[in-house]
Design a protein around this ligand. Structure first.
Ligand code: S0N
Length: 274
C-alpha cells in the first residue's frame, strides 16, 4: 500500500523497513509473501532498529506494522522452525523474538502496533506487548500455538490475560479461534478500529499527540505500568527512572561534588517535602 506521509529511510534492511517521520519511527515487517512471518534475521533486524530508537533523541514514538495491508505478522516462520527454535544462517535454533518483546516493553518511549490483516501466533503476541494497538477493520487476531505445536507462556499468556481477562485469554489460547477487529475492541485487545485506508493517518495522529506530551511523564508512566506487572524487573525499571530524576537534582549533585572536593556533603540546604 502506498504511504501517505513522507517517511525517510533510517537504515536499509532485508526483512524490514525502518523509517522516520516527524519523530515517529516506523518498523514494518516486509515479508508479505508469508504474511510477514518472522525468521531469526527479521527479529534481529527489528532488535537492531529498536537499539537505534532507544539511543536516538530524535525518535519519540515507535510504530510496529507490516507491509502489504493483509498481515501485521503471522508469527514465527514455520518453514525455518527447527529442533529447539527458529533456525537462521548461523544454523543455531533461536527464540529471539522473546528478546524483542522485552525491548518493546522496556524502551522508555511509547510503542504502538498498527495492525492490518493477520496478527497471529507470535505476531499476535508482538502487538499485545506494544503499549497501544490500533487495528484496521480487516484485522484478525488469534493464537495458534496448541494447533501448531508451540506456546508463549510469557507476556503472550500473562500480559494477554491482564489485557482481556483470564477467561478470555484462556479461550484465545485453548481454542485457537480468530477474532475480528470489532471483537478485539470489545474485549480490550486493541485501543481503536479504523478503516484500512485511515490506519496510517491514525497512528501518525496518535504519534503526533504523544510527541506533544512530556517525554519524562510518558517514560515514568510506561515504567509505572510495567512495574505493577513485571516484578523485580519492573521495579528496577521504575527505580532506574527515579534515579535518573534524582541525578538531575542539586541535592544529588552535592553528594558527587562533595566527594570530588574531599569534603563532607551538606544536604541541609535542600528542601524537605512533607
Ligand atoms: C495467518 C493465516 C491464518 C492466514 O491464512 P490464509 O489467508 O489462508 O493464508 P495462507 O495461504 O495460509 O498463507 C499465505 C502464505 O503465507 C505462508 N505463511 C503464513 N503464515 C506463515 C508462517 N507463520 N510461517 C511460514 N509461512 C507462513 C503460507 O504458508 C502461505 O504460503 P504458500 O502460498 O507458499 O503456501 C495462516 O497463514 C496461518 O495460520 N499461518 C500460520 C500461523 C502460525 O501458526 N504461526 C506460528 C505460531 N507460533 C509462533 O509464532 C511462535 C512464536 C515464537 O517464536 C515463540 C515465542 C515464545 C515462545 C515460544 C515460541 C515458539 O516458537 O514456540
Amino acid at each position: 500500500m502506498e504511504l501517505k506521509y513522507d517517511w525517510k529511510t533510517i537504515k536499509e534492511y532485508e526483512d524490514i523497513l525502518f523509517q522516520e517521520f516527524e519523530g515517529i519511527a516506523r518498523i514494518s515487517i516486509n515479508r508479505p509473501r508469508v504474511h510477514n512471518a518472522f525468521r531469526p534475521q527479521t527479529v534481529n533486524e527489528m532488535i537492531d532498529a529498536m537499539h537505534y530508537c532507544r539511543e536516538s533523541p530524535d525518535v519519540r514514538v515507535i510504530v510496529f506494522t507490516g507491509e502489504g495491508g493483509k498481515a501485521f505478522c503471522s508469527g514465527g516462520d514455520q518453514s525455518v522452525r527447527g529442533h529447539g527454535g527458529y533456525v537462521g544462517e548461523d544454523t543455531v535454533p533461536r527464540l529471539n523474538v522473546l528478546d524483542l518483546q522485552k525491548m518493546i516493553r522496556s524502551i522508555p518511549k511509547p510503542v504502538m502496533a498498527a495492525v492490518a490483516g493477520w496478527a497471529i501466533g507470535g505476531g499476535h503476541v508482538l502487538h499485545v506487548v506494544c503499549d497501544l494497538s490500533i487495528a484496521a477493520e480487516n484485522a484478525r487476531f488469534g493464537q495458534t500455538g496448541p494447533k501448531v505445536g508451540s506456546f508463549d507462556g510469557g507476556f503472550g499468556a500473562s500480559y494477554l490475560a491482564r489485557c482481556v481477562g483470564q477467561k478470555k485469554a484462556r479461550e484465545i489460547w485453548y481454542l485457537c479461534d480468530q477474532y475480528d477487529a470489532q471483537e478485539a475492541l470489545d474485549m480490550g485487545l486493541v485501543n481503536k478500529v479504523v478503516p484500512l485506508e485511515g490506519l496510517e493517518e491514525e497512528y501518525v495522529s496518535w504519534g503526533r499527540k504523544m510527541i506533544k506530551r512530556s517525554p519524562m511523564a510518558l517514560r515514568m508512566l510506561k515504567s509505572a505500568f510495567n512495574a505493577e506487572l513485571d516484578g523485580q524487573a519492573g521495579i528496577q525499571e521504575l527505580a532506574g527512572n527515579a534515579t535518573l530524576l534524582y541525578y538531575l537534582s542539586d541535592e544529588a549533585k552535592e553528594g558527587k561534588e562533595a566527594f570530588l572536593e574531599k569534603r563532607d556533603p551538606d544536604f541541609e540546604k535542600y528542601p524537605k517535602f512533607p
